[in-house]
Design a protein around this ligand. Structure first.
Ligand code: LMR
Length: 396
């Protein structure tokens, strides 16, 4: 038998929770696992702007033919403007190119293979902790994966330790930074911290890869891009992965982009030729439906306005849930202990709950968190904050 030596591996640490939650018969269960936004009804609705754009596409699209390795040029331009700003000198000087990818995860994988193929010998440095799939994607591409400290066992951001380690990174290595809404911790760098990181990146001649998966979920669409734009304008070369899964709610459409910034247009063409050859071996042509929706929205002032308001609504709701959870924990004597939930940004919170407490929450209270205590705050039902707080108190 050909398959007889194949062993079963554990389920995905995040996606596996979707199935476990679905089969839990407890009507009072909480899904704080996978990073998906839920509204006041507990639903993950299709955004109104997306529905309208989709309808327009159904009515006007005339072909489903291949779109080429980099995807639609219009999507590429609009996503570059969203990330870097409409007036970015990089766009004006044709120093940035976007490749359409299957989600931000696809962009990361394309980037990983690009580094492995075109920058041999370069290691990649990830924050400790980071999104677990960062670890596996770069490992799967054969890169040497190392870590810089970010949030320690005291559940605090440790910028000094981060900078000290980055100062030791071999020249030329790649350093992955989360633009905003750090996954899994929710702890973001301040503007001052970003400037310090930039200084080290420059002095060690590191190549930054900025993962920008949550634009609009932290402090706003423009505000969240601050760090990316700082780096893009200060450095000759930069890699950025952008995701439309969360801010457009296009999770299953797999929509994202890898943006490459180079010092010259000529070099951009060299790099893009490599990216399209690499993508050919991965997925040939990127999926198009989600990207076509995004282009329709960003390219139409009315739809764009509607979409920006919808993103703001999601962002505001997450901020309220953060404050609401701390408030609900306060009468239980836990307000101070969990005050960081109100300070963190984006969908996720490193709550500080340990694996044992996470397991008890799941088995005794049907509250589903990712291991190491990551909670998807955007999945909380606001009407049941008190019962969630009581469940947390019961395991503390
Ligand atoms: C998450 O971290 O929950 C999201 O980014 C979804 C995913 O693909 O893991």
């Amino acid at each position: 038998m050909h398959f007889k030596d194949i062993q079963r591996v554990p389920g995905d640490p995040i996606l596996g929770l979707i199935e476990a939650y679905a089969v839990d018969p407890n009507p009072n269960k909480f899904d704080l696992g996978v990073g998906v936004y839920k509204d006041a009804m507990g639903l993950t609705p299709i955004l109104r702007s997306v529905k309208l754009a989709e309808q327009r596409l159904v009515d006007s699209q005339t072909t489903k033919t291949y779109i080429g390795g980099h995807g639609q040029a219009r999507f590429g331009t609009l996503i570059s403007e969203l990330v870097l700003g409409k007036d970015s000198p990089l766009i004006a000087h044709k120093r940035v190119g976007a490749s359409q990818t299957p989600g931000g995860t696809g962009a990361l994988r394309l980037c990983a293979d690009f580094i492995a193929n075109c920058l041999p010998g370069r290691g990649i440095w990830l924050s400790d902790p980071t999104w677990p799939i960062h670890e596996s994607i770069f490992g799967a591409a054969g890169l040497k994966v190392s870590h810089y400290p970010y949030v320690g066992s005291d559940n605090r951001l440790n910028v000094e330790a981060m900078l000290a380690t980055l100062n030791q990174v071999p020249h030329g290595d790649v350093v992955l930074l989360h633009a905003c809404c750090h996954n899994p911790t929710g702890f973001d760098l301040s503007h001052d911290d970003w400037r310090k990181v930039l200084q080290v990146v420059r002095s060690r001649n590191l190549l930054p890869l900025i993962d920008f998966a949550y634009q609009g979920f932290g402090d706003g669409l423009e505000q969240d891009a601050w760090s990316v734009r700082l780096f893009a304008e200060a450095l000759p070369e930069l890699l950025i992965t952008s995701s439309c899964s969360k801010n457009f709610g296009l999770y299953r459409e797999r929509t994202g982009a890898l943006l490459v910034c180079t010092d010259t247009t000529e070099k951009l063409m060299d790099v893009r030729s490599q990216l399209s050859a690499t993508a050919r071996n991965l997925w040939s042509n990127p999926p198009d439906h989600g990207a076509a929706i995004v282009a329709e929205i960003l390219g139409d002032p009315e739809l764009r306005h509607m979409w920006a308001a919808e993103v703001e609504e999601m962002r505001g709701r997450i901020a309220q849930l953060r404050a609401g959870l701390v408030e609900a924990l306060t009468p239980l004597g836990l307000g101070k202990r969990f005050a960081h939930i109100g300070v963190q940004r984006g969908m996720f919170s490193y709550t500080g709950l340990n694996d044992d407490q996470v397991a008890r929450l799941r088995h005794e209270h049907s509250v589903y968190l990712v291991s190491a205590g990551r909670a998807n705050i955007a999945g909380i039902d606001a009407a049941r904050l008190d019962s969630l707080a009581k469940a947390i108190a019961a395991v503390c």
